[in-house]
Design a protein around this ligand. Structure first.
Ligand SMILES: [Fe+2]
Length: 378
């Protein structure tokens, strides 16, 4: 059913999609002799039951400078030989869990000792993953299982840093069984992150044929399923296809990267703790309108990928999605915070991601986008 998707990724990356795939893997591959570093979260710990392993890291939040240093030290103390190439990482959880595993794997692979050093070295040299990471995402949104980059948040300065792997070494398991107990608000926030990632990749300056192909397939799966997973939480096929949409979005942004919605979202998450997907979706419609200049000249690939004739029709479709999943209700509690802290946030909204946007935005224009978004959701 998903044959074509394998052709989108490097043949060295193993991909398994199906209900119960994680349990099968656990039974066959996680013997007491396997050297595993397991990284998961409190809510996902139940899925690793039965694995006899002493290195288990329970991630609480998004990766930060402090949390990465803390987990790295904990793991280093437990692994007697950090050069042992037989070590495998298991990253089972949402985007924060998978990003944490990716960063720590890169640190061990490249003999990096601190999160600060990881940030510095990632900006000037090519880092590689020398250990396999078995990624089992339990949310459908970030596509972190396939992207080469991870995020470290610096909440004090309100910024985020990207760590990039030049070469990745992954096995990916997309198993809908693990998403069945997700709370609705996480489904919505992750789903909107996925929507933003897919759409932003289609208007990014860095798009290519493959990123558009992946975005096109991902968009179809997302639009088909985003309402039905909320209407019937036990719809296994819808959940599986959402995981696939998220994975495809991950492929698209690995090539094309994200743009202005993500760029504006970072200080909203870092400074105001607005969940990532909500923070990205907050400006999505106004960013599309901003990019629709010159008769949709900059949105040609977006319209071709999504199958809508004009940006107005695309905006109407997004409004319909927002309405059906009651996105406004989740966003509303954060709007006063955005309004009251606009002056602090604004200078942090233009960063590397915004430079991928097809229409260059200045701070006045970002302020206008935020103000219009505030009016839209109030
Ligand atoms: Fe994202």
């Amino acid at each position: 059913m998903y044959e074509e998707i394998s052709s989108f990724i490097d043949p060295s990356i193993e991909l398994k999609i199906g209900f119960d795939e994680w349990d099968k893997f656990k039974k066959n591959e996680c013997s007491p002799d396997s050297k595993l570093v397991i990284i998961t979260s409190k809510s996902c710990r139940k899925f690793i039951s039965g694995i006899d392993n002493e290195i288990i890291i329970i991630v609480k939040d998004e990766p930060s400078l402090d949390s990465i240093d803390y987990y790295f030290e904990k793991i280093s103390k437990k692994i007697s030989n950090l050069d042992d190439k037989n070590i495998n990482f298991i990253a089972l959880g949402g985007g924060s869990v998978i990003d944490t595993a990716k960063i720590i794997c890169l640190m061990i692979s490249n003999k990096i000792k601190t999160s600060e050093e990881a940030i510095n070295r990632s900006s000037r040299e090519k880092l590689v993953e020398n250990y396999k990471i078995i990624c089992i995402p339990t949310t459908a949104g970030t596509g972190a299982e396939i992207t080469p980059f991870s995020t470290i948040w610096d909440k004090e300065s309100g910024q985020k840093h990207s760590i990039v792997a030049e070469k990745i070494s992954r096995s990916i398991i997309l198993d809908a069984k693990l998403t069945l107990s997700l709370p609705k608000k996480i489904i919505i926030s992750s789903g909107i992150d996925c929507l933003c990632q897919i759409l932003e990749s289609t208007w990014s300056k860095n798009l290519n044929h493959l990123s558009l192909k992946s975005a096109s397939k991902g968009f179809k799966y997302l639009i088909k399923n985003i309402n039905s997973i909320l209407r019937n939480i036990n719809n296994i096929q819808a959940r599986e296809e959402m995981l696939v949409a998220s994975f495809l979005g991950g492929i698209s942004i690995s090539i094309a990267n994200t743009t202005l919605c993500h760029s504006i979202s970072y200080p909203l998450t870092a400074k105001l703790n607005i969940p990532h997907g909500l923070a990205c979706g907050f400006t999505l419609i106004e960013v599309i309108k901003f990019n629709s200049k010159l008769k949709d000249k900059f949105l040609k690939s977006t319209l071709k990928t999504t199958g809508y004739e004009t940006s107005e029709i695309l905006v109407e479709k997004i409004k319909e999605v927002f309405k059906n999943i009651e996105f406004n209700n989740l966003l509303k509690p954060h709007l006063n915070d955005v309004e009251n802290n606009l002056n602090d946030i604004l200078p942090l909204t233009l960063n590397k991601r915004s430079s991928n946007n097809p229409v260059k935005a200045n701070l006045n224009e970002v302020e206008m986008i935020i103000n219009k978004s505030l009016i839209r959701f109030k």
